[in-house]
Design a protein around this ligand. Sequence first.
Ligand SMILES: Nc1ncnc2c1ncn2[C@@H]1O[C@H](COP(=O)(O)OP(=O)(O)OP(=O)(O)O)[C@@H](O)[C@H]1O
Ligand SMILES: O=P(O)(O)OC[C@H]1O[C@H](OP(=O)(O)OP(=O)(O)O)[C@H](O)[C@@H]1O
Ligand SMILES: [Mg+2]
Length: 286
Amino acid sequence: MTKKIRIAIQKSGRLQEQSVKLLKECGLSFSNGPNRLKASCYSFPAEILFLRDDDIPQYVEDGVADVGIVGENVYIEKQKEISVIEKLDFSKCRLSIAIPREKEYGGPQSLNGKKIATSYPNIVRQYLKEQNIEADIHEISGSVEIAPGIGLAEAIVDIVSTGSTLLSNGLKEVETVMKSEAILVSTKTLDPEIQLLLEKLIFRIKAVNTAKNNKYLLLNTPNESIEAITNILPGMKSPTVTPLQQAGWSSLHSVINENDFWEIIDQLKDLGAQGILVVPIEKMII
Ligand SMILES: Nc1ncnc2c1ncn2[C@@H]1O[C@H](COP(=O)(O)OP(=O)(O)OP(=O)(O)O)[C@@H](O)[C@H]1O
Ligand SMILES: O=P(O)(O)OC[C@H]1O[C@H](OP(=O)(O)OP(=O)(O)O)[C@H](O)[C@@H]1O
Ligand SMILES: [Mg+2]
């Protein structure tokens, strides 16, 4: 019987939807109803385990799951013997120190002797040690932003993305402790068959994520500008150039990193390019 790779993802919460989407884009189809804790993939030898995100590092360390998707913040906090395989480019956030909006902030040293509420005691302990601060860490498992308002702590360390949770709880962000995004983690030593499945999965994840950052670009160019445009748009190997019906003109197709597009658009126009189309790419294998 062929072995299956066991992939742990969050059951519900901030990582869930994007983790499911990524696996499905990688060709792993499975059903994920609200009460499902385990699902078999139809199209890939894999089993999906739906778990609390905080438990995923432990399950991966124990080998109950071979790989898992967690936030870097949880990976660092849990201090488990597991490997980081790949950053996944979603659930981007930061772990920040926040204090009541009306309070003056006098730098990290002003936290000396204060009480800090957090769900990330190990990360905070390490930060305080590095900054040479003596403060009291009060661990709570959720709704951390409420702590200063009810007199539980003078500061908090929690996840911030848009900052709206801090704002609605009368807090202000004063320091970033770490940045985080979703990552793929794995057990340190994998069975060789599972390792091969993991390599297939990584190949697919890279194809999906590279495609997201790139766009397919089509334009019409006067033939005398082909060389100059090729220098600006080298593409994966070199652009495809096909003649148009209209003499002296060609259609040029290439691939471009999304971030570069607005930087080069004026140069393309100056070289006489017309009818520029930018199209999303679904998968990209370099
Ligand atoms: N507002 C946010 N924006 C982006 N990413 C976030 C945000 N909040 C959390 N994350 C990331 O998603 C992860 C899971 O967050 P979530 O709030 O769903 O955790 P949780 O409540 O502990 O879930 P669980 O019930 O699985 O324990 C966090 O560890 C962090 O990496
Ligand atoms: O800066 P913001 O965009 O407001 O995001 C930050 C909030 O998002 C997360 O909570 P979530 O909404 O996932 O709820 P939770 O309490 O269930 O973790 C996190 O714990 C923060 O409270
Ligand atoms: Mg959790």
